[in-house]
Design a protein around this ligand. Structure first.
Ligand SMILES: [Zn+2]
Length: 704
């Protein structure tokens, strides 16, 4: 591990933040970011840092102050405002107390902030306050965890670092740990750091550079020590499978696993609490999964306890026979996940009973599944959370392999891990806002880059879904997905170029959706083309070209949807974008209306056939949707000029004509079609086989 500190960087930080926040805070932000930017030190919100100084209040009094990282920020992107300022003198007096519950501690911290709008200070704030140094740095460095998750962890740290550090056994973060750290420091005031077994490292110093450099130096020495102690290679051999082979297996296995990790929620309209996948198959991960001890290491607890919130304490390991039938593979996966759930529930019950406490049980499904020959399948409530779980898993497996090479990997006990997963402060967060209607779901939309497709994508994403934008035009698909990600966050949409008239292309599109998110829950066959031609002039060839998209394209989409829905076994929704023309056809529009009518009939058949899977199939008959934002409807670009001409209107007057023609005089927009999709997919009513007009009211198109 190398220091990233530079005088130039420190000067730049002072120039950037010094005037508004003072030099101390500027340097605190600078070295905090240095720690945060090294994933071997901290990941996603892990670790914390602080600085002590003087702050003037409105009355002009100078008050001793602690700036400590707040919760909810990550060290790599931390800003001055992410360091709430606290009354240090008061916090230090708390040390005299015999006990302080976590809830009391949070209250004392909140009521001694300088700024009422600050984020909650870190739960390790008192630990920072009780140490005398100006700067304190804390990480969960992989090297510290590889050496301390050992049967003789304390001895190994002593061997590596001598008397320069104090060593503490694992104690859960909070008031008792803060007091204990202060005590061991005062017993050996020459120490340069404190190693917390199974947890991480604290260093301190009078300057930002001193505390940071000590941190890097101690971690570097532990890295070198761990490397020297290796009795065998951390990862034995290169993987026997390529990333492409692994991806093909992932496409096959992902919807099965995603279905298995969904939590049944019979009382909710959605029926399930679903998770989103992040699949990883680097050569290192594939090689790890082929180690003889891969199963034991995946099953062992986390390298540092706060990972349980993201990954659960243990992971599932699968070694499948890839030559077997799909059903055999699914049965093997189910048996492993069921066993995981049963053990999780048993550990929960045993701890609640032994500790005499009440807790709300969390979902019992695994968050991480390590699969020999296929990589790591990490799940989260969102793509962002799944990625965090995957990042943690990559580092954890590497650290576990290093630990196994030193002697043996030994994680914390189930009882300690339970305390972290079911910490009262974490339980309090469960009483947050109700989830959005399509939370955790994946919506696949064909023609997703067109006007209506974009309107549907935005509405689904706003309701919490992740969106797979399928479109024939790749740059358009990428642009439409980027638009959704810009509005709803990185990972909220994924672009796939595919042609609905090509069965293989559609199969590949669904496979890519499975690898990207784990599967699909909402499928919107929406791709369509228009042709203005009277029957007298319509060739069979032209009619077939339209039918290939508008009818057979819907068939191909439904066929692939049925395949993935069956593998997931958690129901789903299909919402076919049919047309007002199905009930109210127009002349010169035979190829379009007839193909849409065929698709509409197919949708009804799908409602019959997919009901046993719990899949609902409904349809939307929209009329006169001209655009979504800057995206013009392809249909209206095709038919608009002819329609305008036949009615003696200019093209600009056409939209007004259609608005005035409907009963509500409504301008029908793409987002209205999106709202209708969200309505069906939210399952607020037990409805399948229905058609909902989104047309402002056109009497001749009333469903009958
Ligand atoms: Zn920590």
């Amino acid at each position: 591990m190398k220091s990233r500190y530079s005088e130039a960087g420190a000067k730049e930080a002072i120039a950037r933040w010094g005037e508004a926040h003072g030099e101390l805070v500027a340097l605190r932000v600078y070295t905090s970011r240095l720690i945060g930017s090294d994933p071997d030190l901290v990941l996603h919100g892990g670790g914390n840092t602080s600085v002590k100084g003087e702050k003037r209040n409105l009355l002009g009094d100078s008050i001793a102050c602690l700036w400590v990282k707040g919760s909810g920020s990550s060290l790599d992107r931390v800003e001055p405002r992410d360091f709430p300022a606290l009354d240090l003198g008061y916090l230090r007096r708390l040390r005299a107390l015999e006990a302080l519950s976590d809830e009391q501690m949070v209250n004392e911290l909140r009521t001694h902030l300088f700024d009422a709008s600050s984020p909650n200070p870190s739960v390790e704030a008192l630990l920072h306050a009780f140490l005398p140094h100006a700067f304190v740095d804390h990480s969960h460095a992989d090297a510290v965890l590889a050496v301390t998750n050992q049967p003789r962890g304390a001895d190994l740290v002593r061997e590596a670092l001598g008397d320069e550090v104090a060593i503490l056994p694992y104690i859960m973060p909070g008031f008792p740990l803060a007091k204990e750290v202060a005590r061991v420091f005062e017993a050996g005031p020459k120490v340069r750091g404190i190693v917390l077994l199974h947890h991480g490292l604290f260093t301190f110093g009078e300057t930002a550079a001193e505390s940071y450099e000590r941190h890097i130096e101690l971690v570097d020495r532990l890295e070198a020590f761990a490397a020297k102690k290796q009795t065998r290679a951390a990862v034995t051999a290169p993987p026997s499978v390529s990333n492409d082979d692994a991806a093909a297996r992932a496409a096959r296995l992902a919807p099965v696993l995603r279905g298995l990790v969904a939590e049944a929620a019979p009382a909710s309209d959605a029926g399930y609490v679903r998770a989103v996948l992040e699949w990883r198959a680097s050569p290192e991960l594939l090689a790890f999964a082929e180690r003889a001890d891969a199963s034991a290491l995946a099953d062992a607890g986390p390298i540092t306890p706060d990972h349980v919130i993201r990954t659960k304490a243990r992971s599932v390991f699968l070694d499948l026979d890839w030559a077997a039938e799909d059903a055999t593979i699914a049965a093997a996966a189910r048996a492993a996940v069921d066993a995981f759930r049963a053990r999780y529930d048993a550990v929960f019950r045993a701890n609640v009973e032994a500790k005499g406490i009440e807790r709300t049980k969390l979902g019992s499904a695994p968050r991480v599944v390590v699969v020999r020959g296929a990589g790591v399948f990490a799940f989260g409530a969102t793509k962002k959370e799944a990625r965090i779980a995957a990042d943690i898993t990559e580092h954890s497996l590497r650290a576990k392999a290093t630990a196994a090479g030193i002697g043996g990997y030994v994680a914390l006990s189930d009882a300690d891990l339970f305390d972290m997963e079911y910490w009262s402060l974490e339980q309090a967060k469960l009483k947050g806002a109700a989830p959005r209607a399509l939370e955790g779901q994946v919506a696949l939309i064909t023609g997703g880059a067109g006007a209506i497709g974009r309107g549907v994508g935005h509405a689904c994403a706003a309701a919490g879904a992740h969106v797979v934008v399928v479109d024939r035009d790749e740059p358009f698909a990428i642009a439409a997905a980027a638009e959704i990600e810009k509005a709803f966050g990185a990972g909220s949409a994924f672009a796939v170029a595919a042609d609905v008239t090509d069965d293989a292309s559609m199969r590949a599109a669904f496979d890519r959706a499975c690898v990207a998110y784990g599967g699909v829950d909402i499928v919107v066959p929406n791709a369509g083309i228009a042709l203005v031609r009277s029957i007298a002039e319509l060739s069979s060839r032209e009619a077939l070209d339209v039918a290939k998209v508008n009818y057979l394209g819907v068939l191909a989409t439904l066929r692939e949807a049925a395949r993935v829905f069956a593998a997931q076994a958690t129901g789903g929704n299909v919402v076919v974008n049919a047309s007002k023309n199905v009930f109210a056809p127009g002349k010169d529009f035979g190829a379009y209306s007839a193909s849409k009518a065929a698709a509409h009939q197919l949708g009804k058949i799908a409602a019959l056939e997919l009901a046993p899977l719990g899949v609902r199939v409904n349809q939307i008959n929209a009329d006169a949707v001209f655009s979504h934002g800057d995206t013009k409807s392809g249909l209206w670009q095709e038919v608009g000029p002819g329609r305008a001409k036949s009615r003696g209107l200019t093209l600009d007057q056409l939209e007004g004509f259609y608005r005035d023609r409907n009963l509500l005089r409504a301008r029908v927009e793409a987002r209205h079609v999106g709202n209708a999709v969200v309505f069906f997919a939210s399952q607020k009513t037990p409805t399948t086989g229905a058609t909902l007009p989104v047309d402002g009211g056109v009497p001749e198109a009333f469903p009958r």
